[in-house]
Design a protein around this ligand. Structure first.
Ligand code: URP
Ligand code: ZN
Ligand code: ZN
Ligand code: ZN
Length: 537
């Protein structure tokens, strides 16, 4: 059950007029700049029973509607986080944020939907799915589910069909790392790719070479490097680049779309760039930690500080983060960006010369929190530090401050990479990812003239640490509306356990359009079987 008292949540008597939080099913968001992925305009948004009814200037309503004044502010689709781990059993422990605390944190940070990863129970997908539905029963915001494939035999393959056809799952994650745990062989990965293709499900990959990582870990221990820095040193970027390239080539061989989760390095980015240039359908997902942080803290002499930053693939040296940010920029900034690139390329031959534009289309968090006592399991051996960092509450603010405020991306780009593209990829657009008549009323009001500050003392996660501790920035999510309910306003959460819904994600999303035609033209491009005479003996 949710521990309401350990969260910074106020309980409201509904309809208390002084604070404006209301359960009214009619809501008018007045006078803001309404932003969708390809358009923005000053307009009102009228919501009834959790659904957007209309978006246009000067909407007149009766006085039973709750009115939120958004003048001078941005009204945007709530964030969708494509990558979270709530209540996950991992590395001998369980993440501290469950579906309730993790979602409360998300809502306070302007994210109104997330997609979590079901971990099979003893390899069983159905058992895993049932376990996650129980974990998620007190949800206070909408969620979807991906599913990890940790072994693959006939029965798992049959279960994949059931998951897609009956349970609303349209994506499966394969691990090329975590040897002796989640990792699967290339043979099984290949089989999984074929199965995904036949089901119209998106194959996702954790791309690090697990055998080489195990070897790298052994090497570090032999050198006596047992601290958190050993984590980064044992699994360098080339191991991510190798596995990314391998996964991409295998997906190309099968001709099925691929989604690379938590892209952390230029090495992986280069592989994705190469594949995209040749027309392959590859999606790269950077996560907020990879975009914002560098590996320097892993060398902090204080174990509690250093261990906070342990995640896989590791947070990289400074430079990788800037390249990942550049890869999210597009369009109008391309010329400006190109000049910058040319300039740095002429100056030296560092990583900066390899910055890419318009390569990555969305941003996740990989929110996977462990408190400092759990991280301390690895005090003598970095291999035992539970892997993962926070981000579900911070993603929207950090991206606004670092990329919109800096002029790297436009406000419409912001909506696209935080919400719309995720909804498109996982085939739930325009119900999610847009403020259009008929869309779910998952909406945020962001004040560009206000500021935020991140800290474990004020965040809503149950974690006792925050990898963004002390970070300040511009832009503040002042109101979050989830399913038509005002759940975050005046710095207070007002969430209802059980109000979140499971969002089924149908197969054969847009990434699959034309895949069958490409197969047909490939087959017809092959010559008829060559007839040869018997070899002379
Ligand atoms: O360190 C991480 N990323 N923990 C979560 C599990 C995963 O590989 O996504
Ligand atoms: Zn209030
Ligand atoms: Zn992973
Ligand atoms: Zn993850």
């Amino acid at each position: 059950p949710p521990h309401l008292t350990d969260l910074r949540i106020q309980s409201h008597s509904f309809g208390d007029s002084d604070c404006g939080m209301s359960s009214s099913s009619k809501l008018l968001i007045r006078g803001g700049t309404v932003v969708n992925a390809h358009h923005q305009e000053v307009a009102d948004v009228y919501v009834e029973d959790g659904i957007v009814v209309s978006v246009k200037p000067n909407i007149q309503v009766h006085d039973d509607a709750t009115v939120i004044d958004a003048t001078g502010k941005y009204v945007m689709p709530g964030g969708i986080d494509p990558h979270t781990h709530l209540a996950m059993e991992f590395m001998g422990t369980v993440t501290v944020d469950d579906f309730f605390s993790g979602q409360a944190a998300a809502l306070a940070g302007g994210t109104t939907m997330h997609i979590d990863f079901v971990i099979p129970v003893n390899g069983s997908l159905t058992a895993g799915f049932e376990a996650y539905k129980i974990k998620a029963k007190d949800s206070c915001m909408d969620y979807g589910l991906h599913m990890a494939i940790t072994k693959l035999d006939e029965s798992v393959a049959r279960d994949m069909e059931v998951m897609v056809e009956e349970r609303g799952i349209n994506s499966f994650k394969f691990f090329l790392a975590y040897k002796d745990a989640f990792m699967i062989s290339d043979e099984l990965f290949l089989r999984g790719l074929k199965k995904c293709k036949s089901l119209g499900a998106l194959a996702m990959v954790h791309a690090e070479n697990g055998d080489a990582v195990a070897e790298g870990q052994k090497r570090m221990m032999e050198l006596g490097i047992t601290g958190p820095e050993g984590h980064a040193l044992s699994r360098p970027p080339e191991l991510e680049g190798e596995a990314t390239g391998r996964a991409i080539r295998l997906a190309s061989f099968v001709n099925t779309p691929l989604y690379v989760v938590h892209v952390m390095s230029i090495d992986a980015l280069d592989e994705i760039a190469k594949a995209k240039r040749s027309g392959q359908r590859v999606i790269g997902e950077p996560v907020i930690s990879g975009l914002m942080l560098d590996d320097s803290k892993l060398w902090d002499p204080d174990f509690t500080t250093a261990s906070m930053y342990v995640m896989s693939p590791p947070i990289r040296k400074s430079g990788h983060n800037r390249a990942l940010q550049a890869a999210l920029t597009t369009g109008v900034l391309q010329l400006h960006q190109a000049k910058f690139l040319l300039f740095t390329a002429l100056l030296d031959d560092t990583q900066e010369s390899r910055l890419h534009c318009a390569l990555l289309e969305l941003v996740g968090t990989d929110h996977c929190t462990f408190n400092s006592t759990q991280k301390a399991f690895g005090i003598d051996d970095f291999r035992k530090i539970p892997n993962g960092v926070n981000g579900i509450e911070e993603r929207m603010h950090l991206l606004w401050d670092s990329m919109v405020e800096s002029g790297m991306i436009s406000v419409t780009d912001y909506v696209r990479i935080t919400s719309t593209e995720c909804a498109r990829i996982f085939n739930i657009y325009p119900r999610k990812g847009a403020i259009l008549a008929g869309s779910d009323a998952d909406i945020i009001v962001l004040n560009p003239n206000s500021t935020f500050e991140l800290s474990a003392t004020s965040h809503h996660s149950r974690s006792d640490t925050n990898v963004y501790e002390g970070r300040k920035g511009k832009g503040k999510v002042e109101v979050t509306i989830a399913g038509g309910r005002v759940v975050w306003q005046h710095g207070e959460l007002n969430v209802v356990p059980g109000s979140g819904r499971y969002i089924e994600m149908p197969p054969f999303g847009h990434l699959f359009d034309g895949i069958d035609k490409a197969d047909t033209s490939y087959l017809s491009s092959l010559n008829a079987p060559v007839k040869r005479g018997k070899a002379a003996t």
